[in-house]
Design a protein around this ligand. Structure first.
Ligand SMILES: Cc1cc2nc3c(=O)[nH]c(=O)nc-3n(C[C@H](O)[C@H](O)[C@H](O)COP(=O)(O)OP(=O)(O)OC[C@H]3O[C@@H](n4cnc5c(N)ncnc54)[C@H](O)[C@@H]3O)c2cc1C
Length: 389
């Protein structure tokens, strides 16, 4: 198995060891295959991970967490993603969509009521950004929130809302001032997944099959103004939250998943190439195969450096918009290259469900699209570097 090569604090190395033992014992290939086929994830294993305190890694101790530790949380995603999205996904719904966002943007009341439960792994959030007509251009969301007395009345539709059918809350971006400029029109709200007027329809998709992403409809959904992220005074102020630290860390969370999948793909191809014999020798002994593997491992190592450099900056509270965008862009695009090289190494067996390669390739091909596409990261970077003045 490919090992971490970077210096890291002892507690992070120990966390890796624990998680490797955990997934090796509890998430064997036959279970991974069954979860992938069923679009499902193991609730009882997530409970065991929560009992280890894992979900507290993005939450301050005063709110029941372990103290925010972005490097450890990223390492946790990496280790869990080596066996697919089935545990990394739910961990992200709790610790990042929930714990990270509420820690950064929640009101004191939201922090007091939600963070202790998130730290214990008792709440799961879904992310409601994309819509049928809105992908990268998030500030154009059309889901509408109208203030009516002490409530918001919400109508509209979200698409690709992963986990909306089981999430306790949808962390949802809506337009609350259609007449205003985009910068003054957006609000993040917490919509209970089971609120009256919320309906979900699963979408069939080939990647990230730990659950079904969903179409969500809001028909006159009523929530109190207290459900505005940050409290009622934060009505129409979500523009700033779209560019804030929580979104920087969100890019890292997608990059960490990608890195875990790419590492798993390379691990599998690396082992396979030393066992499969053709023309009288193991295929790793054919120079073209050895070169593919060496190149892929070199690229993987570059991904590791970018990921943990950005994670260390985020952890230290330093500006990291550039580094997180570069990490998301580079790791997602390089993950595709690694996936395709490893697929070639394994030949027809990469296409069979006897191995994990087929799933890792499907998941890796999607990573330059989800969570802010590679083109959008290039746009972000061009803006941050003032290329497009
Ligand atoms: C399995 C899965 C799970 C998902 N989960 C969630 C979720 O939980 N919550 C959520 O909100 N969303 C989710 N998404 C949606 C995902 O984040 C979007 O697919 C992504 O943001 C891209 O949007 P789009 O696919 O609509 O592409 P579009 O925005 O329509 O873009 C299409 C193509 O055009 C390019 N493009 C668009 N605009 C520009 C531009 N200005 N400059 C250069 N190129 C441009 C894009 O890079 C892309 O290549 C999920 C998607 C999938 C497949």
């Amino acid at each position: 198995m490919i090992e971490n090569t970077l210096p890291e604090p002892d507690h992070v190395s120990e966390l890796r060891r624990q998680l490797r033992r955990f997934v090796a014992e509890k998430a064997p290939r036959e279970k991974r295959r069954a979860w992938d086929k069923a679009h499902d994830w193991p609730r009882e294993l997530f409970r065991e991970l929560s009992d280890m305190g894992l979900c507290g890694l993005t939450i301050a101790e005063e709110h029941g967490g372990l103290g925010q530790d972005i490097v450890a949380a990223v390492a946790a995603i990496e280790e869990l993603a080596r066996v697919g999205p089935f545990l990394a996904g739910p961990f992200i719904h709790c610790a990042f969509y929930g714990g990270m966002n509420i820690s950064e943007n929640g009101s004191p009341e939201q922090k007091a009521s939600l963070l202790p439960r998130l730290a214990r792994g008792e709440l799961l959030f879904a992310y409601g950004l994309s819509e049928p007509d809105v992908g990268g251009d998030l500030s154009s969301v059309r889901t509408r929130g109208r203030v009516d007395g002490g409530e918001l009345v919400i109508n509209g539709a979200k698409r690709w809302c992963t986990g909306a059918d089981w999430a306790d809350y949808i962390y949802c971006l809506i337009n609350t001032a259609p007449e205003a400029s985009k910068r003054e029109a957006l609000t993040f709200v917490l919509i209970p997944g089971k609120a009256a007027g919320v309906s979900t329809t699963p979408i069939e998709h080939v990647n990230l099959r730990y659950t079904a992403s969903c179409d969500v409809h809001f028909d006159d959904v009523r929530i109190p103004l207290d459900a505005i992220v940050g409290g009622p005074a934060k009505l129409n102020t979500a523009w700033g939250m779209l560019a804030g630290r929580a979104l920087d860390v969100e890019k890292l969370e997608v990059a960490a998943c990608t890195f875990g999948f790419a590492q798993a793909a390379l691990d599998e191809a690396w082992t396979y190439a030393q066992q499969r014999v053709q023309f009288g020798k193991v295929i790793a002994g054919h120079q073209v195969i050895a070169h593919k593997l060496v190149t892929a491992r070199t690229k993987l190592e570059a991904c590791r450096h970018m990921l943990y450099h950005a994670a260390r900056l985020a952890n230290a509270g330093e500006p990291c918009g550039v580094e997180t965008s570069m990490a998301k862009l580079f790791i997602a695009d390089t993950g595709v290259e690694i996936a395709l090289a490893c697929q070639q190494v394994m030949g027809s067996y990469a296409l069979s469900d006897a191995y994990d390669m087929d799933r890792n390739v499907r998941d890796l091909l999607g990573m330059p699209i989800v969570g802010g596409s590679s083109d959008m990261q290039r746009n972000n970077l061009a803006g941050l570097w003032k290329l497009n003045r």
